[in-house]
Design a binder for this molecule. Sequence first.
Ligand code: SF4
Length: 371
Amino acid sequence: MELLELFRPLISADNKFIREWKSRNKPVLGYACSYTPEEIVYAGGILPIRVLGSFEPPKLADIYLPVNVCSFAKSCLDRALKEEYSLLDGYVVSNSCDNQNKIYDLWRHCTAIPRTYFINTPHSITENALKFFCKELERFKEWLMNSFKSEISEENLKNAIETFNENRRLLRQLYELRKPNPPLVSGSEALEIVLSSMMIPKNEHNKLLHELLDGIERREDLPKEGERLLVSGTVMSNSKILRLIEGVGGCVVADDLCTGSRYFWDLVKENGEPMTTITERYLRKIPCPFMYSSEERFKHVREMVKLFDVEGVLIFSLKSCDVYSFDAPLLAEELRENEGLPVLCLEWEHTLSGIAQLRTRIEAFIEMLEE
Ligand code: SF4
Protein backbone atom coordinates (compact mmCIF):
# COMPACT_ATOMS: atom_id res chain seq x y z
CA MET A 1 0.00 0.00 0.00
CA GLU A 2 1.48 3.30 -1.15
CA LEU A 3 0.67 5.27 2.00
CA LEU A 4 2.59 2.77 4.14
CA GLU A 5 5.73 3.53 2.12
CA LEU A 6 5.64 7.13 3.34
CA PHE A 7 6.67 6.29 6.88
CA ARG A 8 10.03 4.54 6.37
CA PRO A 9 11.94 7.59 5.02
CA LEU A 10 10.70 9.60 8.01
CA ILE A 11 12.80 7.49 10.41
CA SER A 12 15.87 9.37 9.14
CA ALA A 13 17.12 12.36 11.15
CA ASP A 14 17.27 14.17 7.81
CA ASN A 15 13.59 13.86 6.95
CA LYS A 16 11.61 16.64 5.27
CA PHE A 17 9.70 17.58 8.43
CA ILE A 18 12.89 18.14 10.45
CA ARG A 19 14.40 20.15 7.60
CA GLU A 20 11.26 22.26 7.40
CA TRP A 21 11.26 22.75 11.22
CA LYS A 22 14.90 23.85 11.17
CA SER A 23 14.28 26.19 8.23
CA ARG A 24 11.97 28.14 10.53
CA ASN A 25 14.85 28.48 13.04
CA LYS A 26 13.09 26.25 15.53
CA PRO A 27 15.21 24.05 17.83
CA VAL A 28 15.48 20.24 17.75
CA LEU A 29 16.32 18.22 20.86
CA GLY A 30 17.61 14.66 20.57
CA TYR A 31 16.71 12.18 23.28
CA ALA A 32 18.00 8.77 24.20
CA CYS A 33 15.26 7.05 26.12
CA SER A 34 11.48 6.56 26.07
CA TYR A 35 11.36 7.98 29.62
CA THR A 36 12.02 11.48 28.21
CA PRO A 37 8.81 13.50 28.72
CA GLU A 38 8.49 14.74 25.17
CA GLU A 39 5.32 16.73 25.89
CA ILE A 40 7.33 19.24 27.94
CA VAL A 41 9.81 19.67 25.09
CA TYR A 42 7.11 20.03 22.45
CA ALA A 43 5.17 22.51 24.61
CA GLY A 44 8.21 24.80 24.39
CA GLY A 45 8.16 24.83 20.58
CA ILE A 46 11.12 22.43 20.49
CA LEU A 47 10.99 19.27 18.38
CA PRO A 48 11.96 16.13 20.32
CA ILE A 49 13.48 13.41 18.12
CA ARG A 50 14.81 10.00 19.10
CA VAL A 51 18.49 9.33 18.53
CA LEU A 52 18.54 5.92 16.90
CA GLY A 53 22.16 5.23 15.87
CA SER A 54 22.92 3.25 12.71
CA PHE A 55 24.15 -0.17 11.64
CA GLU A 56 27.63 1.13 10.77
CA PRO A 57 30.50 -0.31 12.85
CA PRO A 58 31.08 2.37 15.56
CA LYS A 59 34.77 2.92 14.78
CA LEU A 60 35.13 6.33 16.42
CA ALA A 61 33.18 5.40 19.54
CA ASP A 62 35.35 2.28 19.83
CA ILE A 63 38.32 4.57 20.49
CA TYR A 64 36.61 5.91 23.61
CA LEU A 65 34.73 2.86 24.88
CA PRO A 66 35.55 -0.71 25.91
CA VAL A 67 34.21 -3.62 23.86
CA ASN A 68 31.61 -4.67 26.40
CA VAL A 69 29.44 -1.58 25.95
CA CYS A 70 25.95 -1.84 24.43
CA SER A 71 26.32 -1.54 20.67
CA PHE A 72 23.22 0.65 20.40
CA ALA A 73 24.45 3.28 22.87
CA LYS A 74 27.85 3.09 21.19
CA SER A 75 26.37 3.56 17.73
CA CYS A 76 24.49 6.70 18.82
CA LEU A 77 27.67 8.21 20.26
CA ASP A 78 29.59 7.23 17.15
CA ARG A 79 27.23 9.21 14.94
CA ALA A 80 27.50 12.22 17.26
CA LEU A 81 31.32 12.01 17.22
CA LYS A 82 31.16 11.93 13.41
CA GLU A 83 28.99 15.07 13.59
CA GLU A 84 26.09 13.32 11.91
CA TYR A 85 23.75 14.91 14.46
CA SER A 86 24.73 18.48 13.66
CA LEU A 87 21.01 19.30 13.32
CA LEU A 88 20.59 18.81 17.07
CA ASP A 89 20.45 21.90 19.24
CA GLY A 90 20.65 19.75 22.34
CA TYR A 91 20.62 16.19 23.65
CA VAL A 92 18.92 14.78 26.71
CA VAL A 93 19.64 11.53 28.50
CA SER A 94 17.47 9.83 31.05
CA ASN A 95 18.97 7.90 33.92
CA SER A 96 18.04 4.52 32.47
CA CYS A 97 20.88 2.03 32.12
CA ASP A 98 24.56 2.28 33.12
CA ASN A 99 25.62 2.37 29.47
CA GLN A 100 23.58 5.48 28.73
CA ASN A 101 24.48 7.12 32.04
CA LYS A 102 28.20 6.78 31.57
CA ILE A 103 28.22 7.61 27.88
CA TYR A 104 26.46 10.87 28.72
CA ASP A 105 29.80 12.32 29.85
CA LEU A 106 31.29 11.59 26.43
CA TRP A 107 28.36 13.32 24.73
CA ARG A 108 29.01 16.32 26.99
CA HIS A 109 32.74 16.55 26.53
CA CYS A 110 33.61 14.98 23.18
CA THR A 111 30.79 15.83 20.77
CA ALA A 112 29.87 19.14 19.15
CA ILE A 113 26.29 19.09 20.52
CA PRO A 114 25.84 22.56 22.03
CA ARG A 115 23.65 21.65 25.03
CA THR A 116 23.18 18.45 27.01
CA TYR A 117 20.96 17.56 29.93
CA PHE A 118 20.59 14.59 32.27
CA ILE A 119 17.19 13.68 33.75
CA ASN A 120 17.50 11.67 36.91
CA THR A 121 14.72 9.10 36.48
CA PRO A 122 13.88 6.96 39.51
CA HIS A 123 14.05 3.20 39.06
CA SER A 124 11.03 2.31 41.17
CA ILE A 125 7.52 3.65 41.68
CA THR A 126 6.92 4.90 45.19
CA GLU A 127 5.25 8.08 46.46
CA ASN A 128 8.70 9.56 47.20
CA ALA A 129 9.93 8.59 43.74
CA LEU A 130 6.93 10.34 42.15
CA LYS A 131 7.59 13.53 44.16
CA PHE A 132 11.26 13.40 43.28
CA PHE A 133 10.57 12.84 39.58
CA CYS A 134 8.04 15.68 39.46
CA LYS A 135 10.71 18.06 40.85
CA GLU A 136 13.22 16.65 38.42
CA LEU A 137 10.87 17.35 35.51
CA GLU A 138 10.26 20.90 36.79
CA ARG A 139 14.04 21.40 36.70
CA PHE A 140 14.08 20.00 33.14
CA LYS A 141 11.34 22.43 32.16
CA GLU A 142 13.34 25.34 33.60
CA TRP A 143 16.42 24.17 31.70
CA LEU A 144 14.46 24.04 28.44
CA MET A 145 13.00 27.51 28.96
CA ASN A 146 16.39 29.04 29.82
CA SER A 147 18.39 27.21 27.16
CA PHE A 148 15.97 27.75 24.29
CA LYS A 149 14.43 31.04 25.46
CA SER A 150 11.01 29.47 25.22
CA GLU A 151 7.84 29.75 27.22
CA ILE A 152 6.27 26.53 28.53
CA SER A 153 2.88 27.57 29.85
CA GLU A 154 0.24 25.34 31.40
CA GLU A 155 -1.90 25.81 28.29
CA ASN A 156 0.96 24.77 25.99
CA LEU A 157 1.50 21.67 28.12
CA LYS A 158 -2.19 20.76 27.94
CA ASN A 159 -2.18 21.15 24.17
CA ALA A 160 0.95 19.01 23.87
CA ILE A 161 -0.63 16.30 26.06
CA GLU A 162 -3.70 16.23 23.80
CA THR A 163 -1.61 15.98 20.64
CA PHE A 164 0.59 13.21 22.06
CA ASN A 165 -2.37 11.29 23.43
CA GLU A 166 -4.08 11.49 20.04
CA ASN A 167 -0.96 9.97 18.51
CA ARG A 168 -0.97 7.19 21.12
CA ARG A 169 -4.64 6.41 20.50
CA LEU A 170 -4.06 6.26 16.74
CA LEU A 171 -1.07 3.96 17.20
CA ARG A 172 -3.20 1.68 19.35
CA GLN A 173 -5.79 1.62 16.55
CA LEU A 174 -2.99 0.68 14.19
CA TYR A 175 -2.02 -2.20 16.49
CA GLU A 176 -5.66 -3.37 16.48
CA LEU A 177 -5.20 -4.03 12.76
CA ARG A 178 -2.67 -6.71 13.64
CA LYS A 179 -5.25 -8.87 15.40
CA PRO A 180 -6.89 -10.48 12.31
CA ASN A 181 -5.29 -13.33 10.42
CA PRO A 182 -3.66 -12.24 8.17
CA PRO A 183 -3.11 -8.86 9.80
CA LEU A 184 -3.84 -5.68 7.87
CA VAL A 185 -0.44 -4.27 8.81
CA SER A 186 2.74 -6.30 9.12
CA GLY A 187 5.10 -6.11 12.11
CA SER A 188 7.80 -4.35 10.10
CA GLU A 189 5.33 -1.76 8.80
CA ALA A 190 3.98 -1.14 12.31
CA LEU A 191 7.51 -0.69 13.69
CA GLU A 192 8.35 1.80 10.92
CA ILE A 193 5.23 3.78 11.74
CA VAL A 194 6.00 3.89 15.48
CA LEU A 195 9.64 4.85 14.82
CA SER A 196 8.58 7.61 12.43
CA SER A 197 6.28 9.01 15.13
CA MET A 198 9.41 9.76 17.18
CA MET A 199 11.00 11.71 14.32
CA ILE A 200 8.47 14.27 13.14
CA PRO A 201 6.08 16.74 14.80
CA LYS A 202 3.27 14.73 16.36
CA ASN A 203 0.53 16.83 14.75
CA GLU A 204 1.95 15.93 11.32
CA HIS A 205 2.19 12.27 12.29
CA ASN A 206 -1.42 12.35 13.46
CA LYS A 207 -2.53 13.61 10.02
CA LEU A 208 -0.63 10.78 8.29
CA LEU A 209 -2.09 8.20 10.67
CA HIS A 210 -5.66 9.45 10.13
CA GLU A 211 -5.17 9.16 6.39
CA LEU A 212 -3.70 5.67 6.72
CA LEU A 213 -6.40 4.38 9.07
CA ASP A 214 -9.14 5.78 6.83
CA GLY A 215 -7.91 3.80 3.83
CA ILE A 216 -6.36 0.66 5.27
CA GLU A 217 -9.53 -1.45 5.30
CA ARG A 218 -9.42 -1.35 1.48
CA ARG A 219 -5.85 -2.65 1.37
CA GLU A 220 -5.39 -5.40 -1.24
CA ASP A 221 -1.69 -6.31 -0.80
CA LEU A 222 -2.17 -7.84 2.64
CA PRO A 223 0.85 -9.15 4.61
CA LYS A 224 1.37 -12.90 4.36
CA GLU A 225 -0.13 -15.23 6.92
CA GLY A 226 2.42 -17.01 9.09
CA GLU A 227 3.26 -18.14 12.60
CA ARG A 228 1.97 -15.37 14.88
CA LEU A 229 4.93 -14.02 16.85
CA LEU A 230 5.64 -11.47 19.56
CA VAL A 231 9.07 -9.83 19.59
CA SER A 232 10.51 -8.65 22.90
CA GLY A 233 13.63 -6.57 23.51
CA THR A 234 14.89 -3.06 24.06
CA VAL A 235 15.60 -0.94 21.00
CA MET A 236 14.98 -1.82 17.38
CA SER A 237 15.91 1.26 15.45
CA ASN A 238 14.68 0.02 12.09
CA SER A 239 12.69 -2.82 10.61
CA LYS A 240 15.49 -5.02 9.23
CA ILE A 241 15.15 -7.78 11.82
CA LEU A 242 11.38 -7.89 11.55
CA ARG A 243 11.64 -8.08 7.77
CA LEU A 244 14.06 -10.97 8.18
CA ILE A 245 11.53 -12.78 10.42
CA GLU A 246 8.74 -12.11 7.94
CA GLY A 247 10.95 -13.36 5.12
CA VAL A 248 11.26 -16.81 6.71
CA GLY A 249 7.58 -17.38 7.43
CA GLY A 250 6.99 -15.44 10.66
CA CYS A 251 4.20 -12.95 11.14
CA VAL A 252 5.10 -10.43 13.85
CA VAL A 253 1.77 -9.39 15.36
CA ALA A 254 2.85 -7.84 18.65
CA ASP A 255 5.88 -6.50 20.47
CA ASP A 256 7.39 -5.60 23.81
CA LEU A 257 9.96 -3.07 22.58
CA CYS A 258 10.94 0.36 23.86
CA THR A 259 10.67 1.52 20.25
CA GLY A 260 7.31 -0.26 19.94
CA SER A 261 4.36 -0.72 22.27
CA ARG A 262 6.21 0.44 25.41
CA TYR A 263 6.69 3.84 23.75
CA PHE A 264 3.03 4.72 23.27
CA TRP A 265 0.77 2.27 25.12
CA ASP A 266 -0.05 4.50 28.12
CA LEU A 267 -1.77 7.89 27.95
CA VAL A 268 -1.26 11.00 30.06
CA LYS A 269 -4.39 11.88 32.08
CA GLU A 270 -5.95 14.93 30.45
CA ASN A 271 -7.68 16.34 33.50
CA GLY A 272 -5.24 17.45 36.15
CA GLU A 273 -2.19 19.60 36.66
CA PRO A 274 -0.06 18.83 33.56
CA MET A 275 3.35 18.43 35.21
CA THR A 276 1.83 16.01 37.73
CA THR A 277 -0.01 13.94 35.14
CA ILE A 278 3.07 13.82 32.89
CA THR A 279 5.16 12.65 35.86
CA GLU A 280 2.62 9.95 36.68
CA ARG A 281 2.43 8.71 33.11
CA TYR A 282 6.16 8.38 32.61
CA LEU A 283 6.86 6.71 35.93
CA ARG A 284 3.84 4.42 35.85
CA LYS A 285 3.97 3.47 32.16
CA ILE A 286 4.69 -0.11 31.10
CA PRO A 287 8.15 -0.31 32.59
CA CYS A 288 11.37 -0.78 30.67
CA PRO A 289 13.73 -3.42 32.01
CA PHE A 290 15.78 -0.93 34.08
CA MET A 291 12.77 -0.36 36.35
CA TYR A 292 12.01 -2.31 39.50
CA SER A 293 10.23 -4.65 39.20
CA SER A 294 9.98 -6.77 36.05
CA GLU A 295 6.56 -8.16 36.95
CA GLU A 296 4.57 -5.26 35.50
CA ARG A 297 6.36 -5.63 32.17
CA PHE A 298 5.91 -9.39 32.17
CA LYS A 299 2.20 -8.79 32.82
CA HIS A 300 2.06 -6.53 29.75
CA VAL A 301 3.77 -9.22 27.64
CA ARG A 302 1.29 -11.85 28.83
CA GLU A 303 -1.61 -9.51 27.96
CA MET A 304 -0.17 -8.86 24.48
CA VAL A 305 0.21 -12.60 23.93
CA LYS A 306 -3.50 -13.10 24.60
CA LEU A 307 -4.76 -9.98 22.79
CA PHE A 308 -2.86 -10.78 19.61
CA ASP A 309 -3.25 -14.54 19.67
CA VAL A 310 0.51 -15.14 19.73
CA GLU A 311 1.92 -18.61 18.98
CA GLY A 312 5.59 -18.03 19.77
CA VAL A 313 7.91 -15.41 21.27
CA LEU A 314 11.29 -14.16 20.10
CA ILE A 315 13.38 -12.51 22.81
CA PHE A 316 16.17 -10.29 21.47
CA SER A 317 18.88 -9.34 23.98
CA LEU A 318 21.32 -6.73 22.75
CA LYS A 319 24.83 -7.83 23.68
CA SER A 320 26.03 -6.01 26.84
CA CYS A 321 22.57 -4.68 27.64
CA ASP A 322 22.66 -5.80 31.27
CA VAL A 323 19.21 -4.64 32.24
CA TYR A 324 17.50 -6.69 29.56
CA SER A 325 19.83 -9.69 29.65
CA PHE A 326 19.07 -10.27 33.35
CA ASP A 327 15.33 -10.23 32.64
CA ALA A 328 15.31 -12.30 29.46
CA PRO A 329 15.65 -15.80 31.02
CA LEU A 330 12.97 -14.97 33.60
CA LEU A 331 10.57 -13.76 30.92
CA ALA A 332 11.27 -16.85 28.80
CA GLU A 333 10.62 -19.16 31.77
CA GLU A 334 7.39 -17.37 32.64
CA LEU A 335 6.08 -17.57 29.07
CA ARG A 336 7.05 -21.21 28.65
CA GLU A 337 5.72 -22.38 32.01
CA ASN A 338 2.66 -20.18 32.57
CA GLU A 339 1.53 -19.56 29.00
CA GLY A 340 2.79 -22.78 27.42
CA LEU A 341 4.46 -20.78 24.65
CA PRO A 342 7.57 -21.72 22.66
CA VAL A 343 10.25 -19.05 23.20
CA LEU A 344 13.51 -18.43 21.38
CA CYS A 345 16.18 -16.28 23.10
CA LEU A 346 18.64 -14.55 20.79
CA GLU A 347 21.59 -12.28 21.40
CA TRP A 348 22.36 -9.68 18.76
CA GLU A 349 24.59 -6.71 17.95
CA HIS A 350 23.14 -3.42 16.79
CA THR A 351 25.53 -3.53 13.81
CA LEU A 352 23.76 -6.76 12.75
CA SER A 353 27.05 -8.63 12.56
CA GLY A 354 26.01 -12.27 12.92
CA ILE A 355 22.74 -11.77 11.06
CA ALA A 356 23.26 -15.03 9.15
CA GLN A 357 23.23 -17.05 12.39
CA LEU A 358 20.19 -15.12 13.62
CA ARG A 359 18.39 -15.99 10.40
CA THR A 360 19.21 -19.71 10.71
CA ARG A 361 17.97 -19.90 14.29
CA ILE A 362 14.77 -17.94 13.57
CA GLU A 363 14.06 -20.08 10.52
CA ALA A 364 14.50 -23.28 12.58
CA PHE A 365 12.22 -21.92 15.33
CA ILE A 366 9.47 -21.07 12.82
CA GLU A 367 9.78 -24.51 11.19
CA MET A 368 9.41 -26.05 14.62
CA LEU A 369 6.23 -23.99 15.21
CA GLU A 370 4.83 -25.01 11.83
CA GLU A 371 5.26 -28.67 12.69
S1 SF4 B 1 19.79 -1.40 24.80
FE1 SF4 B 1 20.10 -1.74 26.99
S2 SF4 B 1 22.18 -1.08 27.42
FE2 SF4 B 1 21.63 -0.28 25.39
S3 SF4 B 1 20.87 1.75 25.80
FE3 SF4 B 1 19.08 0.41 25.83
S4 SF4 B 1 18.83 -0.23 27.97
FE4 SF4 B 1 20.86 0.67 27.76
